[in-house]
Write a protein that binds this ligand. Structure first.
Ligand SMILES: [Zn+2]
Length: 185
């Protein structure tokens, strides 16, 4: 579509570029998205609504980094002002949201609000009987008000740190992880 020595519109180029990025991403989306299937149950056991969600990353509070699977599969209660309509009971009622199943992707991304800590560089987690190995980390340096993000990637057995234009071998600061990237073994 674009050829040398010919004038093209910038907007056209931008459209083509974005379309390509989006379609390439869609091709690979299922390698990154996790699918969580949940059902609402009222106290009488009716389950009026099923909720299926696909997310590109899991949000895991820092205190649960050692038990991600348990945290993701936890049930949530909707009581009092958070009651939900049950069509069988025909009223607003307490509901429990139960996780029926979770499918984890090939490449799992975890966001840790407020930054968290993992113990070691060869960190592994077990999800649905699969082992996931850490291959990249985004760390935060500084305080809540200001600071800087670094990205670290495991390449050919070495941890490479990317700090703006400085790219060199350096391990991540595991006590201040903002995003964690794991791949299935
Ligand atoms: Zn009901």
């Amino acid at each position: 579509m674009f050829t040398a020595q010919k004038q093209h519109d910038t907007k056209e180029l931008f459209n083509v570029f974005i379309d390509d990025v989006v379609s390439k991403f869609k091709e690979h989306q299922d390698k990154f998205a996790n699918f969580i299937s949940q059902k609402f149950y009222c106290k009488e056991g009716h389950h009026p609504a099923e909720k299926k969600e696909s997310q590109l990353f899991l949000i895991i509070p820092k205190n649960y980094l050692a038990e991600i699977d348990t945290y993701v599969k936890r049930n949530q209660n909707f009581n009092n002002e958070n009651q939900i309509w049950c069509e069988t009971c025909v009223k607003m009622t307490d509901m429990q949201l139960k996780v029926e199943s979770v499918e984890y992707p090939l490449n799992l991304t975890i966001y840790v609000p407020g930054n968290g800590s993992i113990g070691k560089l060869d960190h592994q987690i077990k999800l649905n009987n699969d082992n996931y190995r850490l291959y990249a980390v985004i760390c935060h340096a500084g305080s809540n008000l200001f600071g800087h993000y670094w990205a670290h990637l495991l390449k050919d057995g070495k941890w490479i740190g990317c700090n703006d234009n400085i790219v060199r071998e350096s391990p991540p600061n595991l006590s201040n992880c903002y995003m964690l990237f794991y791949s299935k073994n």
